[in-house]
Design a protein around this ligand. Structure first.
Ligand code: PLP
Length: 433
């Protein structure tokens, strides 16, 4: 297993943030999400520097959907990032954590009346408007509050990128945003400009996830800045902010070869300079929305190994005390991970095993045919790179409770989310009687 940030092996045991994993298990039990706080902060700082947040007034908005406990809202605020939320629940979490809401971008393709109302009344910085219906709703609700709400329009730029491939034309078949080629984008601009209580501050696009190549982003810059020019020429309105979304790829296994944050940001910023000069338009404030690339590698899940089933000449299964309830990505889209036996982390990994979850689903397999240093009931299994879309996608299938989350740093561990209890899980049950 590749070691990230503060991970190290001391006396054959995996340590994270200077804390032995055996201590974490003793104190907080398993399954447990462990977050390397120093690495999260370092990732934030690298983005802030590389994307020239202080120098050029660009913005890095952390995509909260990746992982959004209070502790994360507080950390990213301390590190000078903005926040992207996609629901009333995420907005409420940010609000209750004390996050300044003028630094929030509110996304979503079907925001309800209540969500829009909550966003406007709490003073959300920007709504990322997805459709014509929402333009009217925001204008109406902002009018009620006698305020003017700043918005971005979500544009479908005709580029869709996923991992190694991308499609540059077409891909207008998306539930998100205003399409450029059929005229919806420019019509949406005109509509916002004529409606009261709503102000067009910028444009937004997001082209996919786990993208390693910078070319689709460069194409996105070109498409979006051409639209900014078209808007200026047709309406006279100057778009001052351009949000390019997130999706920057990270290492999960040896098959992944991500670029350094610095290189990615520099290429994007250079491209924006070049295109602005070519089109003779002013360079807008640039915004990016990384989620996974800030938190993914910072998270490790610790499990206890329970039952082991060896089917000779077929497969050896080892089951852990979690599974698709704390990490649904392998079952959902065959996501792959690396792991190590934390209590024998330095031993040679030469035994092939498949790690099963405990849910009543044959598809609940966390890692298939991975190499470990032998595996026994009672071992602690550490799965790396579970920081993004692990806790945030966790669920209560089979009435399994959500694990705890601990931040580790400088030899100390802090519990930031309690483990869900059975009582927590039934608190909304009213029953028949
Ligand atoms: C609009 C938007 N912004 C940002 C992100 C974050 O993507 P990632 O976590 O891959 O960086 C997503 C992910 O789905 C998204 O939909």
């Amino acid at each position: 297993m590749k070691l990230f940030g503060s991970m190290e092996i001391r006396e054959n045991q995996l340590y994270i943030g200077g804390v032995p994993t055996s201590e974490l298990v003793k104190e907080f039990a398993t399954p447990l999400y462990v977050i390397d706080e120093a690495l999260v902060r370092d990732n934030c700082r690298r983005y802030v520097k590389a994307f020239k947040v202080n120098e050029n007034k660009n913005k890095v908005a952390y995509a909260g959907k990746a992982f959004l406990p209070f502790a994360m809202c507080q950390l990213i605020n301390e590190e000078g990032l903005c926040l992207d939320v996609v629901s009333g629940g995420e907005l409420y979490t940010a609000h209750k954590s004390g996050f300044p809401l003028e630094k929030v971008l509110f996304h979503g393709n079907n925001k309800t009346f209540e969500e829009i109302n909550m966003g406007i009344s709490l003073g959300v910085g920007r709504f990322v408007v997805d459709n014509f219906y929402e333009i009217e709703k925001i204008s109406e609700i902002a009018g009620k509050y006698n305020t003017t709400q700043k918005v971005y329009l979500r544009i479908t730029p005709g580029i869709e990128a996923h991992t190694h491939d991308y499609i540059k034309t077409g891909q207008i078949d998306s539930k998100f945003g205003f399409t450029i080629v059929n005229g919806d984008a420019i019509n949406a601009v005109k509509k916002v400009l004529e409606m009261p209580n709503i102000e067009l501050a910028g444009l937004h696009a997001h082209i996919g996830s786990q993208i390693f190549d910078v070319k689709p982003y460069e194409d996105e810059v070109e498409v979006m800045m051409s639209l900014i020019k078209e808007i200026k020429d047709e309406t006279g309105h100057i778009i001052t902010e351009l949000d390019l979304g997130g999706g920057f790829g990270i290492y999960y296994t040896e098959a992944d070869n991500p670029r350094e944050t610095e290189e990615f940001c520099e290429l994007i910023l250079n491209k924006a300079d070049e295109v602005a000069a070519k089109l003779n338009i002013e360079l807008p404030t640039l915004v990016i929305e990384p989620g996974r690339s800030i938190i993914g590698n910072c998270g490790t899940t610790l499990y206890t190994v329970g039952s082991i089933k060896d089917i000779p000449n077929v497969r050896k299964y080892a089951a852990v005390d979690g599974g698709m309830t704390d990490n649904i990505r392998p079952s959902l889209y065959n996501a792959e991970y690396e792991c190590v036996i934390a209590n024998r982390a330095g031993d040679k990994a030469d035994e092939k095993v498949t790690i099963a979850g405990k849910c009543c689903e044959s598809g609940d397999i966390l890692l298939t045919d991975v190499k470990v240093s032998g595996i026994n009931s009672g071992d602690i299994l550490a799965v790396s790179t579970t920081g993004a879309y692990g806790y945030s996608m966790s669920n209560n299938y089979n009435k399994i409770s959500k694990p705890a989350v601990a931040f580790v740093k400088d030899g100390n561990a802090k519990l930031v989310c309690r483990r869900e209890s059975y009582e927590d899980m039934i608190k909304n049950e009213l029953g028949l009687y």
